[in-house]
Design a protein around this ligand. Sequence first.
Ligand code: FAD
Length: 391
Amino acid sequence: MSEVPPVPDDPIVEEVRAAVDRLHLGERYRALDRQPEFPRTEFRALGEAHLLGLHTPSRFGGRGLPLPRVAVALFHLAYGGGTTFAKLALQPEFSSVLAEHGSDELVDRWFRPMVRGELLVGNHLTEPGAGSDAAAIATTATVDGDAFLLEGTKSEAAFALDADAAIVFARVARETPDAGITAVLVPQGLPGVDRALGAGDLGERWQRRGSITYHQVRVPRDHCLGAEGSGFDYVRSELTRERALLAAIYLGVARASWDETVRYVGERRAFDRPLATQEGVAFPLVEDGAHLSATWLYVRDTLERLERGESVDGAAALAKWMASEVALRTLDHAIQFHGGRGYSRALPHEQRWRDVRSGPIAHGPSEIMHLVAARRLWRRNPPPGTGTERP
Ligand SMILES: Cc1cc2nc3c(=O)[nH]c(=O)nc-3n(C[C@H](O)[C@H](O)[C@H](O)COP(=O)(O)OP(=O)(O)OC[C@H]3O[C@@H](n4cnc5c(N)ncnc54)[C@H](O)[C@@H]3O)c2cc1C
């Protein structure tokens, strides 16, 4: 298993490990579960360490690392600091629509400071009536002179109270299902923005999710990101990148528990011999190790292809699905083989499991990931007689 991730001589590994130790990210990860808050101090410190915006082009203040190297960095951040700090490192990536399609003024005001860890931009796509089927959103942006009037409610959003601004997806026109969805940058301090915390989550509590209602919020038209009506196209390509990168995070978290479990079952004795010598313990662990390795190779291959400019929406969707499934199974075995303490808060495995459990839901449920991959498959291999064959 030493080949996971298979580039141990990449200097980013030592850099990330040093940051994890220096900033005590492992300890903070555990503490944030008990006292959920947005970790602004660590976010700022990650910015100062140039660990935010790893893939973000240098012209926007990021590192511009190729995607496979970003995955290595995220894997190690997740290995040492759980999902929390690896996801924070991806936060500028989650806002790439702002960098790529916002005006210079908006990028200077909101995006560059985020890469420095000084402020936070959230994403508001999901609504009470539109999640998996995001094209069904109902929030409207009505043109009123040089402004939009935003009306609608966003739900399930991370950083509901903590984001300084948000990329809000709203409908300008209704002609076709996708048409008219526009991305708008909305400072969260504007009059008419009403934010509320949700009921509290199973894991990743530091994200403090909730809902945001926009009551006739007046947003300057120049806060529109890119072309009106193109918001959905922009977010699709962002989602492909982020799904493949999230997969690296789930694998890093699971690998930490796998390593700890392999060590533990070698030491813990039952029935006069180490647990490791029981096939019922050893076989699931070797399977988990193989699944983690194989999934890592799939994720890396997907990111290499994406870096080369290939279209990998289906593979990225499957990478997220596969990595979250493999990680959850590995974490479940870690809980099981640590026995009673595994089920308790004394050890990190249950927290890691709760955190990774968002994987098959957030950024698109697993069923939708299958749908994306299936569409891709049939687009390449149209069933005869469906009228979808390539000319
Ligand atoms: C930790 C976390 C953070 C999040 N952060 C944000 C955020 O910052 N901003 C934001 O906008 N949203 C955010 N979300 C919301 C997330 O994107 C949605 O929850 C997700 O897209 C699913 O939408 P939904 O909850 O409305 O589920 P629904 O659309 O109601 O679907 C419920 C379930 O039905 C199944 N399902 C749906 N459609 C199909 C289908 N066609 N075939 C088979 N099964 C199907 C799936 O199992 C799905 O999970 C976050 C969610 C989580 C858990």
